[in-house]
Design a protein around this ligand. Structure first.
Ligand code: FES
Ligand code: FES
Length: 213
């Protein structure tokens, strides 16, 4: 374009950069630069009652609160651990109505009126659950971060096996699944141990399950 066309646009480098920044901000937020996004309104708290370790606990909760955050942040039961918060590590495993569940993947409000057992409810220094005692005896942990989830999961897993529930590696679906090392490893595969204490964990579960190696 020539000057004779009446067009004399000569942007500085600073102007080009400024325009680019404003465009990026608009694309990222959908708002003009400087405008503030409205805060989404917090939902109204809802009443939730859970029976936790034999004690009825009534709370007013944001309905988006996970069961894991309810235990740790509202009931101070910090034995249940938060590892990934995405259902991938098993550190948050608790027993809900006797069945194992990842507490990070479910909302407390979905379990109003239900019974929950956490590691604190299984046993304590005054009287260990047989699974806790077996973990101590077999050194089934190192840092201990995964351990409460491992123990709750193992207790739930033994109940599943005892009820005859097959796993992916059960060879004969017509038979009661034997509690072999392969079965235990498969059934516990949702519980990750970053310290790799797996051989000792398996030994502990075999002892608690009555099939020591
Ligand atoms: Fe729930 Fe990892 S914290 S599975
Ligand atoms: Fe450390 Fe399992 S004992 S992660």
């Amino acid at each position: 374009m020539k000057e004779s066309d009446g067009w004399d646009f000569q942007p500085t480098r600073r102007a080009v950069l400024g325009a680019g920044t404003a465009a990026a901000a608009l694309l990222a937020t959908g708002l003009p630069q400087g405008a503030e996004a409205a805060e989404p309104e917090a939902p109204t708290p809802v009443p939730v009652t859970l029976e936790v370790n034999g004690v009825s606990r009534s709370l007013m909760l944001d309905p988006r609160t996970s069961l894991l955050d309810t235990l740790r942040d509202h009931l101070a039961l910090t034995g249940t651990k938060k590892g990934c918060d995405h259902g991938q590590c098993g550190a948050c495993t608790v027993l809900l109505e006797g069945r194992r569940i990842n507490a990070c993947l479910t909302l407390a409000v979905m379990h109003d009126g239900q019974k929950l057992t956490t590691i604190e409810g299984l046993g304590g220094p005054q009287g260990l659950h047989s699974m806790q005692a077996a973990f101590v005896e077999h050194d089934g942990f190192q840092c201990g971060y995964c351990t409460s989830g491992q123990i709750c999961s193992a207790v739930g897993m033994l109940a599943e096996a005892e009820a005859g529930m097959p796993s992916y590696v059960t060879a004969n679906l017509a038979e009661h699944p034997p509690l072999t090392e392969v079965e235990i490893r498969e059934r516990m595969s949702g519980n990750i141990c970053r310290c790799a204490a797996y051989p000792n964990i398996v030994a502990a579960i075999r002892q608690a399950g009555g099939t020591p190696a």
